[in-house]
Design a protein around this ligand. Structure first.
Ligand code: CDV
Length: 300
């Protein structure tokens, strides 16, 4: 019997800094209801899906930065999303800023979780490739201070869930072939990726027109070369005066785009993903055990 996961890409339009968690969760719930009405098993939300993309600003006051972080998950404002998931029997991937205290030390991560149909968290991933810079660079029109506000997370594990092998990555991770290959080596069948990508790249404005091309290139290649589905979801549109591109998409294990967002607002894409469609690639051209030549890969 074929193994299908009907997945929704739950793209978000901009989240204003003035928007409350409650207002954002209500938007996430509306997308979840739409996904459920379309028979989805799972909805994937963007990176940092509960707040504006705050690394674009330099803050000196740590208390101000910490307002963007969640200390518990679910917490008082996010519990309703978990309750709705359980009620609908639908799972979700959610990106958020995580503040945790371990052995008396505070850690801050750019995190995603995978929640199953019963509303239980079954996997957590903390972003590995943190882009941007650590110090305030006033020459930029806007900052990208992920390296200042987060510490790098853990490696790329996979999780048995939804009848398949599921993996997570976050935004800049999608540009790195290692992200997909490490999960590919563990048999990943669906990689979920949330992102916030500014339209403008201050150090290389000549790349702005290539942004969507690069978005396609990396995820189509990652899907094909590892015979996996890729579901990538944007927070898009003009957020607090700063444009983020959309282009959320679902890519099949041949590297073909099967669904792509048409707007830069809240939008749901739906596709029934046959996990067994990954078998052909995994047992032929990308049968890693037979064809990889690791004796030649020493440098990596
Ligand atoms: N949130 C991100 O990781 N954004 C990066 C930008 C800064 C290039 C990205 O790779 O899309």
């Amino acid at each position: 019997m074929a193994r299908f996961v009907t997945v929704a890409a739950g793209q978000l339009g901009p989240i204003a800094r003035s928007e409350t968690r409650g207002e954002v969760v209500a938007r996430l719930m509306a997308l979840m209801r739409q996904a459920h009405a379309n028979g989805c098993d799972l909805i994937v939300y963007p990176e940092l899906a509960l707040t504006t993309f705050f690394p674009r600003w330099y803050f000196e006051d740590q208390a101000e930065i910490d307002q963007f972080f969640e200390r518990e998950m679910p917490g008082p404002e996010t519990q309703a999303l978990f309750d709705l998931a359980r009620e609908c029997g639908i799972g979700f991937y959610l990106g958020y800023a995580e503040l945790t205290v371990e052995a008396g030390i505070v850690h801050r991560y750019n995190t995603s979780i995978l929640v199953d149909r019963s509303g239980a968290i079954v996997a957590k991933y903390r972003k590995v490739h943190l882009p941007g810079h650590t110090e305030h660079e006033p020459w930029r029109k806007f900052q990208h201070l992920e390296k200042r506000y987060f510490e790098p997370g853990s490696g790329f594990g996979v999780t048995a869930a939804f009848g398949g092998v599921m993996g997570m990555a976050i935004c800049n991770d999608r540009r790195w072939s290692e992200t997909y290959r490490v999960m590919g080596l563990q048999g990943v069948e669906m990689v979920m990726i949330g992102y916030n990508t500014p339209v403008h790249n201050p150090p290389a404005p000549e790349h702005d027109d290539l942004s969507l091309f690069h978005n396609h290139l990396v995820m189509q290649a990652g899907a094909y070369q590892n015979a996996t589905w890729v579901v990538a979801v944007a927070k898009a549109g003009v957020e607090d005066g700063h444009p983020l591109f959309g282009g959320s998409l679902i890519v099949d294990p041949n590297g073909e785009i099967v669904a792509e967002a048409k707007t830069e607002g809240d939008e749901v894409l739906v596709h029934p993903c046959d996990l067994d469609a990954t078998t052909f690639g995994k047992t032929t051209i990308f049968d890693f055990a037979r064809h990889r030549r690791i004796e030649h890969y020493g440098l990596i």
